[in-house]
Write a protein that binds this ligand. Structure first.
Ligand code: HEM
Ligand code: SF4
Length: 755
């Protein structure tokens, strides 16, 4: 689109909702004030985050070349968008798409914005948002106005707020749903958006809806608030309600949500959510970000006490007509198909049939299919978006949804039109099959654009997908349905915990050099709303991950019993066997022999974590430390095995032992006389690594060190299997943090310092 003669503000003044238009004007003023130095930088950072204007890698004005940091020159001088965020450095714009639903017109506007303000790429995220990268902050007010004119807000897309409300992309057309959750997700979205009771959180708050228990699309199990549709019959009348879950979450300490109410009547959904938000705002942690999600509050209070407080709060709420007004028209979000349903034409070729098998899901409504458009790494171009909007109009009316596995779903396609739609999709490069199969890999942004990224999750995913596709017919049938997900770090934005094969980026020090690795997590469940999480096997060098995947998949295919799922298989054979087949992949040749291990996928530079802002040192080999850390890793693994055998006490003790061993490995370097007494190790570790903050994680601060202190205080005991599971996870994180600490300190570790 050519640039308008009027400003966007003038041109769109009658098309934007008034309140939203005003909010955007305010934000534009805040930008001006910041440029004049009249808004303090931290305050400005939170302000922009609450409008979805996010930081991006290298926005501190530095890029590490593997040896040293290089300055990136921007014209803005010392002006920042917040601490260590250069004003002119491009950032990311997160655009909230409630329950992933997009109209054709909205898609066209997003295409224009991607073209005019970004890099022509629209990125679908694991929470059904759309992200544009490389956006300049001064373009964001107009970008927001153009979105506002088509009913989209970026308000509370980031920051400590209620994030995008997600829901299954098949809601309303699905065969397994209790009922269509769309109108409920819609009502809750706009009820909580900007609500007074949601402005004082210590951390973000995520909500997900699902139409049924068994499928994966809603992922209600790992959200702060998860609502699963259910019905109950009373006196011959079918009543609608939700199984309401609270306190789930992934991240470094994944937590399954707990059942808050087995049947929350539909009329209670909004007030109960409001009461939960109030309790979270009032009692949730505010200082320590690492403990500030709802899951920690629910844990701290216990479910019963949390519930009591919520119900007490619910009774105190001032009645609000919005709680139930939406129930009088639940069809407001319905979609009207363009044409009557029709049968699938016979005589389709093999290529069409293969695509249909993976990418078309029969709708509950006879004669229609919901078509998945497979996007590589969640990306599509502005040209493709525009063409897709045309195809929506041609075939379906207005029905497109973003999915949590980073694809798009086009609903209400008459089956008779499927071959023609497939051909049209192929013509715009979107006709690839394999949706939901092993080649359709999910990935967080990782080191490409995320400041916290440790390894390149996107490039790994792309390489894995390429190699698996290359296997073609050689890829066994049993392997095709497996799910792979990758995150660039422990924050789990790629949702690796709920994949058959999950990966999270970690860095390891080998012979004084940094090597990109991925921690392998196996056997997580994508079904049952992300029902259970996988367990860590060990860190694999990035370049060997494809090899590891092929070995594990091959073993599964050979040993699978009947229709056994991968999840069941892993539980049957145990992790030890899996570890055994990838063990040798963990040994890395020296840099001089094969330097390829020392750079990451898709990045020719010598691998560095310097871009995270963590100082690099030319570390020298400190064999004791490396041996100690390897020993600690082994102990974590053994703890996991004991846990599998339901040996709760043994697992807890071993996890405690692993932490002590890692702490001792580091601390021995500072105190050569250090003995084996746990109290002494902990005290010395505290003096040399905690009080000095040397062990502090750049982003999680003292979090991981505190795991050791807590476990030590409790004597390495766990009361239940769940507690032991958490202890083992914490031990893994502590050992990872010890690796990071060692990597950061490098050669200075062998030079005792006075604390
Ligand atoms: C831009 C860089 C990003 C940063 C700095 C970031 C940061 C984080 C952090 C700190 C967590 C841990 C949450 C916690 O336990 O408190 C997290 C989790 C998560 N993030 Fe991100 N994230 C980024 C990008 C993304 C993107 C692009 C998505 C997709 C919309 C995403 C989706 C998720 C999901 C699904 C989780 C796990 C679920 C949960 O427990 O919240 N993140 N992220
Ligand atoms: S998992 Fe880590 S690397 Fe990936 S987007 Fe989240 S914070 Fe960034």
């Amino acid at each position: 689109m050519s640039s308008p003669s009027q400003t966007w503000k003038d041109q769109l003044s009658t098309q934007m909702p008034e309140a939203l238009a005003r909010e955007i004007d305010v934000f534009e003023t805040q930008i001006t004030l910041r440029k004049q130095g009249k808004i303090e930088e931290k305050l400005f950072a939170e302000t922009r985050l609450r409008r979805g204007v996010y930081g991006q890698r290298y926005d501190n004005g530095q890029r590490h070349d593997g040896e040293k940091s290089q300055e990136l020159n921007f014209p803005c001088g010392a002006l920042t968008k917040g601490p260590i965020t250069v004003w002119d450095a491009p950032g990311m714009m997160r655009i909230k798409i409630p329950y992933g639903k997009l109209s054709a017109r909205q898609l066209e506007v997003l295409a224009e914005l991607a073209e005019e303000y970004s890099d022509q790429i629209l990125h679908v995220t694991t929470r059904q948002d759309i992200q544009l990268h490389f956006v300049h902050i001064e373009d964001t007010p107009d970008l927001m106005r153009r979105l506002a004119a088509v009913g989209i807000t970026t308000r509370e897309a980031c920051g400590n707020s209620v994030r995008n409300v997600t829901a299954c992309p098949y809601a309303g057309v699905c065969n397994t749903q209790s009922f269509d959750v769309t109108p409920y997700a819609n009502a809750l979205t706009y009820f909580l958006l900007g609500h007074d009771d949601c402005q004082d959180f210590g951390r973000k708050f995520k909500i997900a809806f699902s139409g049924c228990e068994g499928e994966s699309c809603g992922l209600a199990n790992f959200h702060d608030l998860g609502a699963v549709a259910t019905t109950r019959t009373e006196n011959g009348t079918t009543l609608r309600g939700f199984r309401l879950f609270v306190g789930g979450g992934l991240g470094s300490v994944p937590q399954n949500a707990q059942l808050f109410d087995a049947f929350l009547p539909e009329s209670e959904l909004l007030p109960t959510a409001q009461a939960i938000c109030r309790v979270f705002a009032r009692l949730g942690e505010k200082q320590n970000r690492a403990k500030a999600r709802l899951k920690f509050l629910v844990k701290k209070l216990g479910l019963e006490e949390f519930k009591r407080l919520v119900l007490e709060e619910r009774d105190k709420l001032r009645p609000d007509e919005r709680w139930t007004a939406f129930l009088s028209d639940l069809h407001v979000t319905d979609e009207a198909p363009l044409r009557p349903g029709s049968p699938v034409p016979s005589g389709a070729d093999a290529s069409f049939s293969a695509w249909q098998r993976t990418n078309v899901r029969p709708q509950a409504q006879e004669g229609y299919g919901a078509v998945t458009i497979t996007l590589p790494l969640g990306d599509f171009t502005s040209d493709q978006a525009r063409a897709l909007a045309d195809l929506m109009r041609k075939y379906t009316g207005d029905s497109l949804r973003c999915t949590a596995d980073q694809n798009l779903v086009m609903r209400w396609v008459p089956n008779g039109d499927l071959p023609a739609l497939r051909a049209d999709l192929q013509a715009i490069g979107l006709g690839t099959g394999g949706a939901g199969t092993i080649t359709d890999i999910c990935s967080c942004p990782g080191t490409d654009t995320c400041k916290l990224g440790i390894s390149s999750s996107r490039s790994l995913s792309s390489e894995l997908s390429r190699q698996l596709k290359e296997m073609g017919d050689e890829l066994p049938e049993a392997a095709r349905g497996l799910h792979i997900k990758a995150s660039g770090c422990f924050n789990s934005c790629g949702q690796h915990h709920v994949a058959d094969l999950g990966f999270l980026g970690v860095s390891r020090n080998v012979g004084g050099r940094r090597v990109p690795h991925f921690q392998l997590v196996v056997g997580g469940q994508w079904e049952n709303n992300g029902g259970s999480y996988g367990m860590a096997i060990g860190a694999i060098p990035s370049k060997r991950v494809p090899d590891a995947v092929k070995r594990i998949v091959g073993k599964f295919v050979n040993e699978r019993q009947g229709e056994e799922t991968f999840h069941t298989y892993i539980n049957r054979v145990g992790k030890k066997e899996i570890r055994a087949i990838v063990d040798e992949l963990q040994v890395i040749p020296p840099f001089e022999v094969d330097p390829s291990f020392y750079s990451d996928w898709g990045d020719p530079r010598v691998y560095t974590i310097g871009d995270m802002g963590v100082g690099e040192c030319a570390g020298e080999i400190v064999p004791f430390v490396e041996m100690g850390l390897a020993g600690a890793e082994r102990e974590v693994f053994e703890a996991q095995e004991l846990l599998e055998k339901n040996d709760v006490a043994g697992a807890a003790k071993r996890a405690y032992g692993a932490m002590l061993q890692a702490a001792r490995a580091l601390t021995k370097d500072r105190n050569q006389n250090l003995g084996d007494d746990p109290a002494e190790i902990v005290a010395e570790f505290k003096t040399h690594f905690f009080d000095t903050k040397l062990f502090f994680d750049q982003f999680a601060g003292p979090k991981f060190a505190n795991f050791l202190f807590k476990t030590h205080d409790e004597g390495g005991k766990a009361e239940s299997k769940e507690a032991a599971h958490q202890l083992v996870d914490e031990a893994q994180l502590f050992v990872d943090a010890a690796h990071q600490c060692y990597a950061r300190l490098g050669s200075s570790l062998s030079t005792p310092v006075q604390a």
